[in-house]
Structure formats: structure tokens, C-alpha cells
Design a protein around this ligand. Structure first.
Ligand SMILES: *Cc1c(COP(=O)(O)O)cnc(C)c1O
Length: 378
């Protein structure tokens, strides 16, 4: 059994994907081929924003946002402590300071209560200038949109949605990657919408920001690549990846998002009496980048992971170490804050196999092992 079975997906979509790849090979338009523009148009339509600017990966997408909004030394950017490192790393790389925020105990997303506390603290200290919030759609669940948006407006902060795991989720019908002032996503193969290598995108409704991003991602180009008007980076998506993504987006829309939710429902049904299953607030839909359960104690979680491994069920722990616990942030000014919920969750969480093509029988098998272990020892 695979944790995320990409091969099974390829077998399903093989004819279309092979054709798309060969089309690109025939034309040999490997950089900025027409598929890139087509993909950007389709992604913007799906998400419901005016512009999509693709780039080389989800981390660059966030870095391009840092550059486009001139986030720099002396700025404070509020980031949940329970996330993948890239969400914080891009802030540090830009020279700004990430201020870590605890998570909500139920959704595992950035806590609006702790966020407001931290903004007030930073303002009081007066050393850093509060500039932006990076709200992550962790495991596919969109962040608490109304609460976080209100805080961003109240304190005049840029709201950046890190939708690397969130693509496909919705809040009251509004799509993930359209929830911030600007949003990013990743097409790393294991993400809800993944390609066959690296890829990423930025979403914006602002024409000017779109133009700026298109320049920044190609060496700060002006009229063309050899007219350089600002310092940028080299961050394009390959035409091959764009062609693959066009096919994958179709499957995602037609069936895969639904299959992910069906798999999650099966897990929920079989597990809800024995462990804590994912909490999805009223009006929210998750794209289930991950399906996570929460155990009562760390030892139980570790024991269960071992038993599942013995039964050939691969699991992961996202995330064992929060950002405030990382060596790189040992001198960060916010590590002395309290992160009770994030620490609680990181010790007890376990991520189970999840992908659109997981079978009901496999889910039953996984849940039987969990039930067996639970009855025996937990
Ligand atoms: C994967 C991920 C990223 C980075 O995406 P890459 O394409 O791997 O660079 C950023 N933020 C979060 C929350 C992620 O899960």
C-alpha cells in the first residue's frame, strides 16, 4: 500500500497524459509554451480570480509575493507555527521576521485569537512593522476565512493565503486560493493537484500585481527577457508540467475531489468512535491533502504507527516539529510565546494514506488494524 498512490492515478489518466506529453515533445516548446497560458486561464477560472501566474514551485510562489509587496527587513509576517517550513522560510529569506502563531485546536489552522494577541504584542514592542499574515490551508481545509480577514482589515495587514495544500477546498462556496488579498499554491506531486515534478502558482485579482509577478518570475523583465527593469528570479513552470496539469485539473474537477471526500467519509464512519477525526466547520469543504487522526497521547500515536507499519500501512507525522521548535528559529523573537495547541497536536497527530484512488477495502483494512490496536492496548 502507498501513502499517496501516484502510480494508480497515472494508470487511470495514462492515455490523456501521454498524449499531452507527446504533444509538447512534438512541438518542443519546452519553456513558456502555449500550454502555460492555457493552464493559467483554466486555473484562474476554476479558482474564481482574475489572474493566475504560474511559477517553478509553491515556495517560489510565496517568495514572488514577498517581492511583489516589498516585504523586507524590519517587517513582521504572522505565520502559523504548525505548517511546512516553506511558509516561514520565505519570510526569513526576504529578510523579514516571521512571528509564529498558535493553531486552533480543532481545525489545526492559524488561531484568530492568538493572531490578534501577537499583532498587539508586536505593535506594543514597536521594533517590527506588522505587514502581512500568511494563512495556511492545512491538510486541505481552508483557514478561518471570516475571522482572519476581519483581523487583516482591522490592522491593515496584507492577507496571503498559502494554499499549497488547499487547492479545491471551499468556504461558503468560495474557492481556496481566492481567500486572501493574494494566494499561492503548489503542484508538488503529493499535493491535491500535483504535477510530475515541481510547479506552483500565484493568484491575484490585481492587474498591476499580475504584471509585476510576470516580470519578477522572468529575471525582472521589461519589454522582454533581455530588457531588465528590476531584480527578479528565474521561476517558470515547464511546458511539460503545464500540459500534465491541464489533464490532471480536468480529472480533479470531474472526479478526484469527490473521491477524496468519499475516502474521508469512509474513514470518518469507521473511526469516529475511537479516535478524533478531522473537524470540518459548517460551510467548509476540504480537499483532503491529508487525512489526519488525533490520538489521546503521544505514546499511543507512536505505538499505532508502529503497528500500522507492521501491517504494511504507511503513515506520516505532519508535523512532528513546529516552526518555533526548529533549530533555524532558535533566535526568533516569537519563540517565547505559548504554542499549547500546536505542541499538543504535533505530539498526537497521525496522517493516514489518502489519495483519490484508495479503495474502500484498503480503508477498511487500515481501520481494522487501528481498531484492533485500540481494543488491545490503547
Ligand atoms: C508544499 C508546501 C509549500 C511549498 O511548495 P513547494 O512546491 O514544495 O515549494 C508551501 N507551503 C505549504 C503549506 C506546503 O505544504
Amino acid at each position: 500500500m502507498q501513502f499517496i498512490d501516484l502510480q494508480r492515478q497515472y494508470v487511470q489518466l495514462k492515455d490523456n497524459i501521454d498524449r499531452a506529453i507527446h504533444n509538447v515533445l512534438d512541438k518542443s516548446n519546452f519553456i513558456m509554451g502555449e500550454e502555460v497560458k492555457e493552464l493559467e486561464k483554466k486555473l484562474a477560472e476554476y479558482v474564481g480570480v482574475k489572474h493566475c501566474v504560474t511559477c517553478a514551485n509553491g515556495t517560489d510562489a510565496l517568495s514572488l509575493v514577498m517581492m511583489a509587496y516589498d516585504i523586507k527587513k524590519g517587517d513582521a509576517v504572522f505565520v502559523p507555527t504548525f505548517t511546512f517550513y516553506a511558509s516561514a522560510e520565505v519570510v526569513s529569506l526576504a529578510g523579514a521576521t516571521p512571528i509564529f502563531i498558535d493553531i486552533d485546536k480543532q481545525t489545526f489552522n492559524i488561531s484568530s485569537v492568538d493572531l490578534e494577541k501577537a499583532i498587539i504584542e508586536v505593535n506594543k514592542k514597536g521594533k517590527l512593522k506588522p505587514k502581512a499574515i500568511i494563512a495556511v490551508d492545512l491538510f486541505g481545509l481552508p483557514f478561518e476565512f471570516n475571522e482572519i480577514k476581519n483581523i487583516a482589515e482591522k490592522y491593515n495587514l496584507l492577507l496571503i493565503e498559502d494554499g499549497a495544500q488547499g487547492f479545491g477546498g471551499t468556504v461558503q462556496g468560495q474557492n481556496s486560493c481566492s481567500l486572501g488579498d493574494i494566494a499561492t499554491t503548489s503542484f508538488f506531486p503529493a499535493k491535491p493537484l500535483g504535477c510530475y515534478g515541481d510547479g506552483g502558482a500565484v493568484f491575484t485579482n490585481e492587474d498591476k500585481v499580475c504584471d509585476y509577478l510576470n516580470s519578477l518570475k522572468i529575471h525582472g523583465k521589461g519589454e522582454n527577457k533581455y530588457d531588465n527593469v528590476r531584480v527578479g528570479i528565474n521561476s517558470r513552470i515547464d511546458t511539460l508540467q503545464a500540459a500534465i496539469l491541464i489533464e490532471k485539473l480536468r480529472a480533479f474537477e470531474e472526479i478526484e475531489l469527490e473521491l477524496r471526500n468519499k475516502a474521508a467519509e469512509s474513514y470518518n464512519f469507521l473511526l469516529k468512535e475511537i479516535v478524533q477525526t478531522p473537524y470540518i466547520p459548517e460551510g467548509y469543504i476540504s480537499s483532503y491533502a491529508q487525512y489526519s487522526i488525533l490520538l489521546k497521547e503521544e505514546e499511543q500515536r507512536n505505538l499505532l504507527q508502529d503497528k500500522l507499519k507492521e501491517n504494511n500501512v504507511p503513515t506520516m507525522i505532519y508535523y512532528k516539529k513546529c516552526m518555533h521548535e526548529q533549530t533555524v528559529y532558535r533566535n526568533n523573537p516569537s519563540i517565547y510565546r505559548k504554542f499549547e495547541n500546536a505542541e499538543y497536536v504535533s505530539k498526537r497527530i497521525l496522517n493516514l494514506p489518502m489519495h483519490p484512488y484508495i479503495q474502500g477495502m484498503e480503508i477498511e483494512q487500515i481501520c481494522n488494524v487501528i481498531r484492533g490496536v485500540y481494543n488491545e492496548v490503547i
